[in-house]
Design a protein around this ligand. Structure first.
Ligand code: LMR
Length: 335
């Protein structure tokens, strides 16, 4: 009697256990991609992250979900890179300046006056050398998936800047870049590296007199209301590398890797289109402010800046390597 009871109980328990296992396999938890960035949601990168979420969730219904942390809500870029390695997030899109500590070759993107415009940057990025740089941080556990544009940086300060001498003595917010540190020190400014989210406070309190960024970042964070003078020198390009961790990427099934890469290629086209459009539209918004003073340099004024800065390439040549510098300079590598 007792034995029969135990047999029945074990039988029932096994059925319950099997059905629990069965239902839980059927309802596998979706893969979550947490995507951290530091800018506003209405910038090219902010919109790009949202389009990426939409496409991924449409193409992997119930299987993959994307959570976006915009505006440094959780992490600054430097924190985000560490968080990727620790598995606290799965994606980020920092500017190159934040990635240079993982591979000095990426300093190529910070060289002043190396790229005249965004088209030249694209030519370099699409070359075999540029594509190789996407995998240049894999030995540190980070995988580059795509390049996204923002645009050419503009200098903004509490006084009109026309010549390099005008920067003398100004405290100046820079991204964490050795190249930028060298550059602004050379021009007599006092460069202070700080995360993007600190810029409004730094300008408001006067910790810094000036800074540099793109029109879309300046407008989206209302930085134009804090410093009225802008100088368009087109001295450097602000762009991003969309990154994930090697560990996360390698755990994804091959067909998912392929589809996510395809989605990113689609999003890249849209981000780059928006970047070009927004930099024009947002420039106009800034100009509409009666206090705004936008200085567009003549070729000869620009030449003075070039003469002051191009010689500093020699300081960083060995970091990036001659081949990379030559490819970037010539823009002629066969695709
Ligand atoms: C900055 O730190 O100024 C920029 O890199 C912010 C960004 O992500 O565009």
């Amino acid at each position: 009697m007792m034995k029969e009871f135990y047999v029945k109980a074990i039988f029932l328990f096994s059925i319950v256990l099997l059905s629990v296992i069965f239902t839980s396999t059927l309802k596998a938890e979706p893969i979550v991609i947490r995507f951290s960035h530091v800018v506003s949601e209405d910038t090219p990168k902010g919109i790009g992250a949202k389009i990426f979420k939409k496409l991924v969730e449409e193409r992997f219904p119930g299987k993959v979900s994307v959570i976006i942390y915009p505006k440094s809500e959780k992490f600054t870029d430097s924190q985000a890179l560490l968080s990727l390695l620790f598995g606290d997030i799965e994606m980020a899109a920092p500017s190159f300046t934040k990635l240079c500590k993982f591979n000095k070759s990426l300093r190529i993107f910070d060289f002043p006056f190396l790229f005249e415009n965004v088209e030249e940057v694209h030519r370099f990025q699409n070359s075999p050398t540029g594509q190789r740089l996407l995998s240049s941080i894999e030995n540190c556990g980070l995988k580059g998936l795509a390049y996204w544009d923002n645009g050419m940086r503009i200098i903004s300060a509490n006084k009109e800047i026309v010549t390099p001498d005008d920067l003398n003595g100004l405290t100046f917010r820079i991204e964490p870049s050795q190249v930028f540190y060298y550059q602004y020190s050379k021009l007599g400014a006092v460069p202070i590296s700080m995360p993007f989210k600190r810029i409004p406070d730094a300008l408001q309190t006067g910790i810094v007199d000036g800074h540099e960024n793109t029109w879309s970042n300046i407008r989206a964070s209302n930085l134009h209301l804090l410093r009225p003078n802008f100088t368009e020198i087109a001295h450097s390009y602000l762009g991003y590398m969309v990154v994930t961790s090697v560990t996360f990427w390698e755990k994804l099934p091959a067909e998912m890797q392929t589809e996510i890469s395809k989605i990113l290629a689609e999003v890249t086209i849209e981000v780059n289109r928006l970047a070009s459009e927004k930099n024009k539209v947002d420039r106009q918004v800034v100009m509409n402010n009666p206090k705004a003073n936008i200085v567009s340099l003549t070729e000869s004024e620009k030449q003075v800046w070039k003469d002051s800065l191009i010689s500093m390439w020699d300081e960083f040549k060995s970091d990036v390597g001659n081949d990379i510098l030559q490819t970037a300079q010539s823009g002629k590598e066969v695709l």
